[in-house]
Ligand binder design. Structure first.
Ligand code: AMP
Length: 397
């Protein structure tokens, strides 16, 4: 894959139209509570400004139905200015006269933020005319929004066709693509994937796609019980997807054929209710009495999983090993994070991606101790499923 990046362009006197993912969390007073996504886009913005170009930022925020001040990107102007270190300008619409005038008046070194793309329903429907209107605002199109790269929206994919030879990936997208490649295609062996979380159904395609690319798959979280049951275990009241038992069996068979080792928990911390202050007891993972549900992996499992991780040179982590939101059932996820952090320090490459595992690494302070934390939940999962993302394809084609 030949990746055209912002390093292939000199932006002097050019207007860069960048799709960023500034879908940041806001509190009740509309203040930004987590600047990770803004910081992630900063290197791309700075490179363009340093070249002598100007920057037009387009993003969505939340899921507005039409124009709704609650979802206005005005709320983030000051935070973006603070993080980037330049006072940014704002256009109260992302297309039409207002946006075109603001873009025309933009001087080199300046940044313009456009109002929420999703105030126009044409953004999500991938409308060609809307994409064309957006395209008038810049000379070069840059996609740096990994979080929405799996959507074929106007600003993430459709727009690219209006920039033949003038479209490229920003630094963030490049980092995301390279880290996935380092795990699935150009990996140093042994490769271990840890797949946790609630349901087999949401991760089945990931497991299938990575089966012949990794040496070990550690399965934890609620989804492990469907596998334990199909192997004849007694799982008490633990989470189960009875309609996925056949699929779980298929995966176990396929893994055997491909010589991929699947590791399941051997013991669990079980509770007599789904609650922080429930009574807890440790049971073998395949012998949980009725009335008890496994909510975290047990101590023997922690030791076993940590050992496998210590031996690994490449590690992919998606999904928690237990109900980490409750401290009584967070130990397995924390110990896993510790093992990955230690392996990373010893030289392994570790990638954490997809939804709740990212929340867990942040909550428990591992974000700086792994090699890379992905900024895209759904996008990362789709890449792990082996799909080509529309936002990436649009730049490549
Ligand atoms: P996912 O979004 O599929 O990655 O699932 C994450 C959710 O799985 C978290 O909210 C966890 O609390 C939940 N989870 C993890 N382990 C278990 C378990 N053993 N039983 C029930 N829920 C679990």
């Amino acid at each position: 894959m030949l990746m055209i990046t912002i390093d292939d362009f000199n932006f002097a006197d050019k207007k860069a139209l960048i799709r960023v993912d500034f879908n940041v969390p806001l509190n009740d007073d509309f203040q930004v509570t987590d600047t990770t996504r803004i910081e992630a886009a900063k290197p791309t913005i700075i490179k363009i400004l340093e070249d002598g170009g100007s920057v037009i930022l387009m993003s969505h925020l939340g899921r507005p139905k039409g124009v709704d001040n609650k979802f206005s990107l005005q709320h983030i102007i000051e935070k973006v200015s603070e993080v980037i270190g330049v006072q940014i300008k704002f256009a109260t619409d992302c297309v039409g006269e207002i946006a075109e005038k603001a873009s025309a008046e933009l001087e080199p070194g300046e940044i313009l933020l456009l109002e929420n793309l999703r105030f126009h329903e044409e953004e999500k429907s991938g409308d060609l005319a809307f994409a064309k209107q957006l395209s008038k605002l810049g000379d070069i199109y840059v996609n740096d929004a990994f979080g929405t790269a799996h959507r074929a929206h106007a600003s993430t994919a459709i727009i690219a066709q209006f920039f033949p030879n003038k479209k490229c990936f920003g630094y963030l997208l490049v980092k995301e693509i390279i880290s996935i490649k380092r795990v699935l295609e150009e990996s140093e062996k042994p490769v271990t994937a840890i797949i946790g979380g609630a349901k087999v159904s949401s991760k089945i395609d990931v497991i299938k796609n990575i089966l012949d690319k990794v040496d070990n798959i550690i399965i934890g979280g609620g989804m492990a019980f469907t596998f334990i049951k199909v192997k004849g275990g007694k799982i008490g009241d633990s989470l189960i997807e009875n309609d996925k038992l056949d699929l779980a069996q298929d995966i176990l068979n396929l893994a055997k054929q491909k010589n991929t080792r699947i590791h399941l928990p051997i013991d669990v911390i079980a509770a007599d209710a789904f609650s922080e202050d429930a009574n807890t007891q440790i049971f073998p993972a395949n012998d949980i009495p009725d009335g008890w549900m496994g909510l975290d992996v047990g101590p023997k499992t922690n030791v076993g999983f940590s050992f496998i991780i210590a031996e690994s040179k490449t590690i992919l982590w998606n999904g928690p090993l237990g109900v980490f939101e409750m401290s009584a059932f967070s130990k397995g996820t924390i110990e896993l994070g510790n093992a990955i952090a230690d392996a990373t320090e010893e030289g392994a490459f570790s990638l954490v991606g997809g939804g709740d595992s990212v929340a867990a690494v942040k909550q428990f302070g591992f974000a700086d101790k792994v090699s890379y934390v992905s900024t895209g939940g759904g996008a990362m999962l789709e890449m792990l499923e082996g799909k080509t993302l529309p936002g990436i394809q649009a730049i490549l084609s």
